[in-house]
Design a binder for this molecule. Sequence first.
Ligand code: MF3
Ligand code: CO
Length: 260
Amino acid sequence: MKKKRASRRITLKAPWEIEKLLAANQIVAGVLQMLRGNLLPGVTTYDLDRQAEEYIRNCSAEPAFKGYRGYPATVCISINDEIVHGIPSPARRIDVGDLVSMDVGVIYDGYVGDAAISVVAGEHSGSGLADELIECARDALFKGIEKVKKGKRLGDVSAAIQARVESSGFGVVKQFVGHGIGQNLHEPPEVPNYGTKGRGPKLKKGMVIAIEPMVTAGSPDVRVLSDGWTAVTADGSLSAHYEHSVAVTDGKPLILSLLR
Ligand code: MF3
Ligand code: CO
């Protein structure tokens, strides 16, 4: 989500609410798995969006992004220099080697799930810059998730992500952040992908956050296209995005959007 100011209270979810968030996020995970399999050269981003919406409705769920602040589609599909919020279009065909980030949100039984993956389309060596960038975003996400424990602070999560990204020489996007999630897609707190250990709100059992590092091969500066949504790197460099929704428990972090 776009970084903004306003901060309300962080709500703690009861165990039965965590179960509902798990159900919503499992649908998201299923959609992402399907999209990963269908991301073949020649497919349009519009086709992928149609497939995602059909899958979601077959689960008796609804797309969470469609209509949110006027967003027109089910999935955000962001290719190469596009960071996040790319709008699917019948005019946009996937090419071999494209770095494709796919972000899905679902509302099920009143609760929201949100997760994203990045994939290189088609057969390729698996050892290019795009693969490295994707691995960095994914690993940074998991370094952040490791800190999602009772008694830690949000700054511990943010700092772990930033350290992982910057140690690879990549950039971490600052204009967009993760967020709390529950009955709403975007709830407090904001979850920046940069910050200082030991700072920020203390993590408590029942907090649920969507952590979503966006990393760039060059400068992390962002420009938004004239469609009002698509965020691209200002310098045209490649970008990757990974996201999971995660609950604070009494013990280990519970990754709600990890496919079971
Ligand atoms: N995961 C993204 C976010 O939290 C996707 C939002 S798309 C929108 O910002 F259309 F809903 F804004
Ligand atoms: Co999100």
